[in-house]
Ligand binder design. Structure first.
Ligand code: SAH
Length: 228
């Protein structure tokens, strides 16, 4: 199959998944601009060369260091839940391959993405630069603490599962902004949550879907606890 056919098939699968999960997500379809971004970003550039043939399958794939590039449907859904606007500045926690950041970069003004594993942060930086995604900045670091220098953000997306919603991320979200995050145990019993911060800074939370993400890890829990 040609790449174009594979990408079309991927988009159709995403649409089908949307209809199947509609009862949970409240969405029977995703925004056209989100689907367009999914069509335009070559997922094959973000997966290891040995997995090129599987690049457009609707499944997570290993990217090294025990981490994965997320399932395309989940990437599309999380992007849609963020309600991205052209002028937005978005924080991603868990850059991984850089794929989710590339999708977002086509929809917003600026993407800042944090990755805790140095080798993955380095690789995502190179790939995004090579493909010309100039409005994405990758940094190696612990995303639990967010990125205070660029806060507040119009939206925050976390692509690793945490046991709770990190307070620094709540603080670094603009009023009116959304925080998309999987919460639960490592690898199981996780729920994708959408938190919305109102103009008074009060959060409302909605459970969207059961999901399975790699865990959000912490670099130096001890020193963080002292800091917080
Ligand atoms: N969004 C990625 C999927 C990444 S999987 C993509 O599109 O490919 C989740 C990633 O989160 C992993 O690469 C993992 O190393 C990273 N991660 C885990 N804990 C983290 C933390 N505290 N801060 C930043 N990144 C973290």
């Amino acid at each position: 199959m040609m790449n174009r056919q594979k990408i079309d098939a991927m988009l159709q699968t995403i649409e089908a998944e949307c209809r199947i999960t509609q009862g949970y997500t409240g969405r029977s379809s995703l925004r056209p601009e989100v689907m367009e971004a999914m069509r335009l970003v070559s997922r094959q550039e973000f997966v290891p060369p040995t997995l090129t043939a599987m690049a457009y399958e609707n499944s997570p794939l290993p990217i090294g260091n025990g981490q994965t590039i997320s399932q395309p449907f989940i990437v599309a859904l999380m992007t849609d839940l963020l309600c991205p606007e052209k002028g937005d500045v978005i924080l991603e926690v868990g850059a991984g391959s850089g794929y989710q950041a590339a999708i977002l970069s086509r929809l917003v003004k600026q993407v800042y993405t944090l990755e805790i594993i140095p080798a993955l942060a380095a690789r995502a930086t190179v790939i995004l630069q090579r493909l010309g995604y100039e409005n994405v900045v990758v940094r190696q670091g612990d995303g639990y603490k967010g990125w205070p220098e660029h806060a507040p953000f119009d939206g925050i997306i976390v692509t690793a599962a945490a046991s709770h919603v990190p307070l620094p991320l709540q603080e670094q979200l603009k009023p009116g902004g959304k925080l998309i995050i999987p919460i639960g145990l490592p690898y199981s019993f996780q729920e994708l949550l959408v938190l919305e911060k109102d103009q008074k800074g009060i959060f409302s939370t909605r459970n969207v879907l059961s999901v399975s993400f790699v865990p959000l890890t912490r670099a130096q829990i001890d020193s963080d606890v002292k800091e917080n």
